[in-house]
Ligand binder design. Structure first.
Ligand SMILES: [Zn+2]
Length: 141
């Protein structure tokens, strides 16, 4: 029996007593039962609102954890590619002195040289290996 059913039960009991409605004590009793009805209605409404709110908070919590996971993954990705700009292309260059493979950005390639991070030899990039067609294509674009 929930709170509303209990109040209805008490109301039913008092109605069954066939009390004298003009009696002041009966008036007070009826007023108290009316108040109990109002209070139980309010509490039931609040309980339903609370359940609804709890469900919404659960949903927000779930959504938030998805966002947090995405954010965490994105931060990890950022760490992985710390030295890399995703908008630039990268080329692997092999140092002729030590044989180390170096990742070189397009910008550095255009600059024409880089010091090998392994042995310190200054590497110069020679574009003469590109065919004339390649150069013409890039100039048209
Ligand atoms: Zn080297």
């Amino acid at each position: 029996m929930d709170i509303k059913e209990k109040v209805a039960y008490i109301k039913g009991l008092t109605d069954g007593l066939k009390l004298n409605e003009s009696d002041d004590t009966v008036k007070v009793l009826k007023a108290v039962i009316d108040l109990l009805e109002d209070v139980s209605d309010e509490i039931t409404d609040l309980g339903e609102l609370y359940d609804e709110l709890s469900m919404q908070v659960d949903e927000i919590d779930q959504d938030l954890s998805i966002v947090e996971d995405d954010l965490y993954d994105a931060e990890e990705d950022e760490d992985d590619f710390d030295d890399f700009d995703e908008n630039s292309e990268y080329y692997e260059v092999v140092c002729p002195k030590c044989g180390d493979e170096i990742c070189v950005s397009e910008d550095i390639l255009i600059e024409g040289s880089i010091d090998c991070p392994n042995c310190g030899k200054n590497l110069e990039f020679d574009f003469s290996s590109l065919s004339a067609d390649d150069i013409n294509d890039s100039e048209e674009n």
